[in-house]
Design a protein around this ligand. Sequence first.
Ligand SMILES: Nc1ncnc2c1ncn2[C@@H]1O[C@H](COP(=O)(O)OP(=O)(O)OP(=O)(O)O)[C@@H](O)[C@H]1O
Length: 355
Amino acid sequence: MSHSVELTDIGMRFGSTQAVSDVSFKVGAGEFFSILGPSGCGKTTILRMIAGFLEPTEGRVQIGDQDMRGLGPNQRPTAMIFQSLALFPLMPVWENIAFGLEARGVGKAERRKKADELLRLIALEGYGDRMPGELSGGQRQRVAIARALAVEPKVLLLDEPLSALDLKLRQHMRAELRSLQKRTGVTFIYITHDQSEALAMSDRVAVMSAGILQQVATPRELYDNPATPFVARFVGETNAISGRVSAVDGGTAILDTGLGQLRGRAGQGAEVGRQATMYIRPEALIPGAGQANSLPATVERVDFEGAFALVHGNFDDGGTLAASVPSTRLTEAPEPGAKAHFSFTPEHAVVLADD
Ligand SMILES: Nc1ncnc2c1ncn2[C@@H]1O[C@H](COP(=O)(O)OP(=O)(O)OP(=O)(O)O)[C@@H](O)[C@H]1O
């Protein structure tokens, strides 16, 4: 059993700092939901308001069908896992996992049984009698998660739990966490500043910037249909070409730019006369001049990465070029220092009004 979490017009002010402004979203029961944004954007503050460590200065937190106002962390159906996990080093793994149960008066035999069940769940069966120091970083992380799950929270709150691990282990743990969440069905709210982590694991992602909610969407929607310039630039890599909207025809916008007239999908605020920017993903750029949407550029560097070659350089209007060309088409990829054209189809570009 898991619960939904609903934030309604939540705000948090610390003295003169408005850390979070007017944030509303609903996390479904059993959903893997991430809050993504750069350092200081208010992610931890939101998590602490859900957990009950902070009382919001505005708005409402509801978990399941219950208003959480006035309830402390121990009275909420949540558990939280922090950036620096703290297992008790002198306590065997199984006792670490069952720690929260002892405080609730559960007897030893029952605690051991529950710890063994959770060890199976995190694929560490038989590790119960080891000490934390005899585990790898990733295994310790899984034990910390098992400890949080032992008290059967309806919502698990995770504050950058993988940030202390090395890249390889972090990537492995993404898949582990995702499958653990699906197996337990517990609602996960996961905060991270790492966009690839959020995209890889989540059912949906909320993107934050400076205390303001930018967009809530599935990873695919965020990538393909960013709602704001911040999301377009923060989630994935992008090429940005600025100009003025000269026409909008159905869902297509025509942008007058220093590189000529370009066509793309009309996104938020793309209205005739507005200053706007066209965002094109690196993999949407095709080497070679097309009949329309052709971008003249100078190539500076080509990084061969196996499946793809990453082409870096500058467009003729001074903007930065980043193209990702499949190696199978590498014969067409331009040489460093060369003039080249890249083209794209309008469906693969989005035009958003500038802030
Ligand atoms: N207790 C506090 N008192 C005063 N200001 C605070 C307090 N906690 C957070 N802030 C401020 O609120 C803003 C949001 O902080 P928060 O910790 O939520 O950001 P974050 O997105 O989690 O950042 P990070 O990724 O670096 O942990 C920051 O400007 C921070 O300095």
